[in-house]
Design a protein around this ligand. Structure first.
Ligand code: GCU
Length: 343
């Protein structure tokens, strides 16, 4: 694995980093074009495993021309920083949560709606349907980047240091970290907690130092990010299924010759399939570790009171962004086909 921690750990600011990356053409006599891919997960996370498969695949096909380097663990900065680096072409690809992308294109608001998908099957079918994702994925080309595939990030649920969340009333007065997106802040406000937006990398320290009382995420955050060492209650209210998105710099993608572009497209598909296979195993292992080694209690509250509070957001968002309505309707058709009982 050639994940270049050393280059980056020493670099403090993103502007310094951008300047340094773009100036980094010479590669010790190696004339291959370096392709930099950044993300914020640990090396054992399904996202990293999938990107390593991408690296291997691209280099197996085009290794004389390209040298793919995967930078995990926020080595290239926060997701917002990495999206900006991808926009300018300082790096070529990064993985960003759909939540973060909402601040770059309002179309991404759609997949951040709470209780949008009735089941994991409806979520997967929607995200696999080009008619659903293409209008969203292509909406940032003016801004210099586009989505090339999606990555499963499971279901987001509340977890807290000390308060079991059995109903929305239990969130009252609690400071809960949310991702930096207007939709997430609005959702938290409606549910009665105090929304505290911050980057993913800051959450562990904020929990430990009691700056926040809890957060919301999939099960991997408990183990891979150690949040389960501090938070002892994880409550399956199932409020969101927010995908992660692999985005690429448009100039890089558009400049690829057709035959190479086809190879990259295969590579993007591979990221999706490998990650989804790994995800199922990783979540099972995370639940086991959280319950048996970290002492986390898993709770299964009635999700209806949470849903009743959040569902009016759908109408508000669709009124604000009427162009999203046709895609929203397609998702509703999948919800009809794969209702929650089907799980
Ligand atoms: C998940 C998701 C990340 C995101 C993180 C967060 O881990 O996969 O992309 O950054 O949640 O809550 O910020």
């Amino acid at each position: 694995m050639k994940q270049c921690r050393r280059v980056l750990a020493a670099l403090a600011g993103v502007s310094v980093l951008a300047a340094s990356l773009s100036g980094c053409g010479a590669n010790g006599g190696d004339n291959r074009r370096i392709i930099r891919v950044g993300h914020n997960q640990a090396t054992d996370h399904p996202t990293n495993i999938a990107l390593m498969a991408f690296e291997e695949y691209i280099e197996s096909k085009l290794g004389d021309k390209y040298n793919v380097e995967v930078y995990p663990s926020e080595l290239l900065g926060s997701q917002t920083d990495m999206v900006q680096l991808t926009q300018t072409g300082a790096i070529d690809f990064c993985v960003a949560s759909n939540s973060i992308l909402e601040t770059f294109s309002e179309n991404y608001t759609l997949f951040n709606m709470p209780y949008l998908f009735a089941s994991a099957k409806a979520y997967h079918a929607s995200m696999d349907d080009p008619e659903v994702v293409d209008p969203i994925f292509e909406s940032t080309t003016q801004a210099g980047f586009q989505a090339v595939t999606w990555i499963d990030a499971g279901t987001r649920n509340f977890y807290t240091v000390a308060t079991p969340i059995e109903s929305p009333a239990d969130l009252k007065g609690l400071k809960i970290r949310v991702q930096q997106s207007p939709t997430n802040v609005q959702m938290m406000d409606l549910l009665g907690g105090s929304a505290t937006p911050m980057g993913f990398g800051e959450v562990y320290t904020a929990l430990q130092s009691k700056v926040i009382d809890g957060a919301e995420n999939n099960e991997m955050a408990l183990t891979s990010n150690g949040h389960g060492d501090v938070c002892k209650y994880y409550s399956y209210d199932m409020h969101q299924m927010i995908p992660d998105i692999l985005i690429g710099n448009c100039s890089f993608l558009n400049d690829l010759p057709q035959d190479e572009r086809e190879i990259f497209e295969e590579g993007f598909k591979l990221v999706n399939t490998v990650e989804r296979e790994e995800w199922v195993k990783a979540v099972e292992a995370a639940k086991d570790k959280a319950a048996n080694e970290q002492g986390v209690t898993f709770l299964y509250p009635d999700t209806k009171p949470f849903q009743d509070i959040c569902l009016p957001m759908h109408e508000t968002i669709l009124k604000q962004y009427p162009d999203l309505a046709p895609v929203y309707e397609k998702i509703q058709a999948y919800n009809g086909q794969y209702p929650s009982e089907a799980e």
